[in-house]
Design a protein around this ligand. Structure first.
Ligand SMILES: Cc1cc2nc3c(=O)[nH]c(=O)nc-3n(C[C@H](O)[C@H](O)[C@H](O)COP(=O)(O)O)c2cc1C
Length: 191
């Protein structure tokens, strides 16, 4: 399969996941192009069987350069699109409070990818997401606006600073395998 792994990053977290997806799919024998989104034009994303598009979560949604690329993409360029996201608030696992904060601060990202797929006639293949270490200014913002409880903060930030970790990368690799394996089950020339 011809696969594009394109991503936006400011501090390297999303790049780590992009590299894990890229190396996993290369090891399976796919023809994989890895590109940072800066300089990627809408016409560069056509002609692939699968596009993996990665974004940090910014202000509870996909980062602007990723939204811009999705908007600029031609309708029905063919193929499938899978998303991957890194974010600094909690994952949806870990109880009601974590789920609520995740929904509020990072839950919109997958839906934005899915909506773009519907608008552009792309097949939606799902989204992988994991935590990513925040930059210092974002740490301060989260401390003031999201995790306000002084008792909760040390545990939260110590854990978040470790991501993406080897387990996140392994999960991203598994996600990538699933996405391309699903594609393999479709006939190349349906009759
Ligand atoms: C401007 C800005 C806004 C952010 N907003 C959110 C947010 O709403 N929710 C969240 O979970 N993380 C937020 N973050 C944290 C990033 O999503 C997280 O650190 C991500 O892993 C950064 O990825 P990168 O290293 O690839 O740039 C924000 C970061 C920045 C710089």
């Amino acid at each position: 399969m011809r696969v594009l792994v394109a991503y936006y990053t400011q501090t390297g977290n999303t790049r780590k996941i992009a590299q894990a997806i890229h190396s996993e799919l290369e090891s399976l024998g796919h023809e994989v192009t890895l590109r940072e989104i800066r300089g990627v034009k809408s016409q560069d994303v056509s002609g692939f069987d699968v596009i993996f598009l990665g974004s940090p979560c910014h202000s509870a949604d996909l980062a602007k350069p990723v939204r811009n690329l999705l908007e600029a993409m031609e309708s029905s360029p063919g193929g499938k699109l899978a998303g991957f996201v890194t974010h600094s608030t909690y994952t949806a696992e870990g109880g009601e409070r974590h789920r609520e904060l995740h929904e509020r601060w990072a839950g919109k990202c997958a839906g934005s990818f899915e909506q773009a797929c519907a608008a552009k006639g792309l097949e939606w293949s799902g989204c992988f997401s994991c935590q990513g270490k925040p930059s210092k200014p974002i740490e301060l913002f989260i401390r003031v606006a999201v995790i306000k409880d002084a008792h909760e903060w040390p545990g939260y930030i110590a854990e978040t600073r470790k991501h993406p970790n080897a387990d996140d990368e392994a999960k991203a690799r598994a996600f990538a395998r699933e996405v391309v394996a699903l594609g393999d089950t479709y006939p190349i020339s349906p009759r």
